[in-house]
Design a protein around this ligand. Structure first.
Ligand SMILES: Nc1nc2nc(S)n(CCO)c2c(=O)[nH]1
Length: 157
């Protein structure tokens, strides 16, 4: 069964409760959550003038296709009350698919692995906690190697 790695992020409202509810929902809709990182509080990447994020990485054993998994992630965002107001702006919940097995996909709606994973320490840090030896299928290096090489200066608050 395919293994997917997701990154959950929240910087509005009760961030911890939002992430807990999203983990429960994704466990029902996407498949069994076989690993979960701790919660990492990090300064906002992108539009920096916004509240700090809580991020968490999940390992999911899924029978969903990439497109179906994306739909489950978007549904979890909507159930958390996400309004897409400003690109890279604050949000109650963001669920990104970081890796899906060794799939490399580039469609208008979904790029795999996540195109900005190598430059986002806020994603690499929780992912490395649960999947340090997972290999990035496009780059051929491990998550631990990506983290070691990531130049993003993360302010872990
Ligand atoms: N630290 C941090 N910064 C972010 N900027 C964006 S956009 N996002 C949403 C994920 O794309 C985040 C995030 O999850 N964490």
């Amino acid at each position: 069964m395919p293994i997917a790695y997701l990154l959950l992020g929240s910087n509005l409202g009760d961030r911890t409760a939002t992430l807990q509810a999203a983990v429960a929902e994704l466990g029902r809709t996407a498949g069994p959550i076989t690993a979960a990182s701790g919660l990492y509080e990090t300064a906002a990447w992108g539009l920096t003038e916004q509240p700090a994020f809580l991020n968490q990485a999940l390992e999911v054993q899924t029978s969903l296709s990439p497109a179906q998994l994306l739909a489950a992630c978007l549904a979890a965002e909507q159930h958390a009350g996400r309004q897409r107001l400003v690109r890279w702006g604050s949000r109650t919940l963001d669920v990104d698919i970081l890796l899906y097995d060794d799939l490399v996909l580039d469609t208008p709606t979904l790029q795999l692995p996540h195109p900005r994973l190598p430059e986002r320490r806020f994603a690499l840090l929780p992912l490395a906690e649960i999947a340090a030896n997972a290999v990035h299928p496009g780059l051929g290096c491990t998550v631990a190697e990506l983290l070691a090489e990531c130049s993003d200066e993360l302010a872990v608050t």
